[in-house]
Design a protein around this ligand. Structure first.
Ligand SMILES: Cc1cc2nc3c(=O)[nH]c(=O)nc-3n(C[C@H](O)[C@H](O)[C@H](O)COP(=O)(O)OP(=O)(O)OC[C@H]3O[C@@H](n4cnc5c(N)ncnc54)[C@H](O)[C@@H]3O)c2cc1C
Length: 361
């Protein structure tokens, strides 16, 4: 058994910043990630991150991961456990982390959950056929393991994830037949990215959905069709795409299993990506010893995940009686609210307001 002051689950930007903030305040921290390296989503991003320069924007994702993980590894108060997934959470503050070959029991006074998000899937004919993949899964194979899982792709979803994936696939030598999106306009990607992939010959087919994929034992083609104003396919508009993979970039949902195991109140907030743990501005949930930060508390992006992680880490250490951090908490809360004045944060702010209103519902 490992005993610690603060257990941080997830080594993405939220978790690394949370671990650093608690550790720099004097707390002993155990940071656990199921992968063999720290970095979370940052590791597979080759583009220069958007967001706030103070939080690493302008730096390529994998370099940002490297920089942050070096800071974490160099902090004597942080113990790192890689290759272990936290699979059990018990209400006496005991947690179970399992690897392929063994397991470890952890006892922690405070828990900060920074588990990030899972990819959404959509319904269409044969959507379980080999060759249908989440965009994040394609990125993991391609950018982390150096494996290009197919040669000809169709991408579903024109948000940042879909558009950035298209560019990365082209860089890796694959072809992208098209990016389709059911919406009549670009689904949230920055124009600068969308314009770039279109210049490279990838058509953006808006108002169109995927009806099915076909092949003998794996994807050999996909059929898409235009949709009407009720999002229903319009007969006669079908188009065949000769591809061997369909990458779904249709949204993310927060990973909340641990909160459910711990009896923490979760609330359904579409603006934040689905079910999220109710939490206050410091990330404290309805269990005062359990905090959330990053995408696990609502889908946003790396700058807010980083600041949210710092705030949760400071607050957890403060609760344990380590150095008085309240001024630093206030400074970070102010930074977060300034960052969220951008029009891009409008939806998230509406979601946060809706979630806070649900405490006694
Ligand atoms: C294609 C793409 C491009 C993006 N581009 C940008 C960008 O340019 N700018 C920007 O600001 N944001 C961008 N983002 C979003 C940003 O990457 C995320 O918002 C951010 O990484 C969220 O950080 P996080 O720490 O909450 O979660 P993640 O980075 O997802 O980290 C979660 C970590 O938790 C670990 N984990 C999960 N469950 C467990 C468990 N039970 N036990 C142990 N470990 C666990 C995972 O292995 C992972 O390492 C992009 C995202 C994608 C997919």
């Amino acid at each position: 058994m490992i005993e610690t002051d603060v257990l941080v689950i997830g080594g993405g930007p939220a978790g690394m910043n949370a671990a650093l903030a608690s550790a720099q305040s004097g707390a002993h921290v155990l940071l656990v990630d199921k992968f063999q390296h720290l970095g979370g989503q940052l590791v597979k991003q080759t583009h220069k991150f958007f967001g706030w320069a103070e939080k690493g924007a302008g730096t390529r994702g994998f370099n940002l991961a490297k920089r942050l993980s070096e800071d974490v590894m160099n902090n004597d108060n942080v113990q790192i456990l890689l290759g272990y997934e936290v699979v059990g959470a018990y209400r006496d503050g005991t947690y179970l982390a399992a690897s392929w070959s063994d397991h470890i029991t952890i006892k922690a006074k405070k828990l900060i959950v920074c588990t990030g998000a899972a990819e959404r899937m959509i319904l269409f004919e044969n959507n379980d056929m080999p060759g249908v993949m989440g965009a994040g899964a394609v990125q993991t194979l391609m950018n982390e393991y150096g494996v290009l899982p197919a040669e000809r792709f169709l991408i579903v979803g024109s948000g940042n994830v879909g558009v950035i994936l298209a560019y990365q696939l082209l860089q890796a030598g694959a072809t992208v037949d098209a990016i389709v999106d059911v919406l009549p306009k670009l689904g949230g990607a920055y124009w600068v990215h969308a314009a770039k992939v279109q210049r490279l010959g990838v058509p953006l087919l808006l108002g169109r959905t995927v009806l099915g994929v076909y092949g003998n034992s794996r994807v050999e083609s996909a059929i898409t069709a235009k949709v009407d104003e009720k999002m229903q396919p319009i007969p006669g508009t079908e188009k065949r795409h000769d591809v061997d993979a369909v990458a779904l970039a249709v949204g993310l949902m927060p990973l909340t299993d641990i909160f459910q195991m711990m009896g923490v109140k979760t609330v359904y907030v579409p603006e934040l990506g689905g079910f999220v743990p109710w939490h206050d501005e410091c990330g404290r949930t309805t269990n005062k010893d359990i905090f959330v930060a990053g995408d696990a508390g609502g889908i946003e992006e790396a700058t807010t995940a980083s600041i949210g992680g710092t705030i949760a880490g400071l607050a957890a250490a403060n609760d344990l009686g380590y150095q008085d951090n309240m001024q630093a908490v206030k400074d970070n809360l102010e930074a977060l609210s300034i960052f969220r004045t951008s029009s891009l944060s409008k939806k998230v702010l509406e979601g946060i307001e809706r979630m806070r209103g649900e405490l006694n519902a």
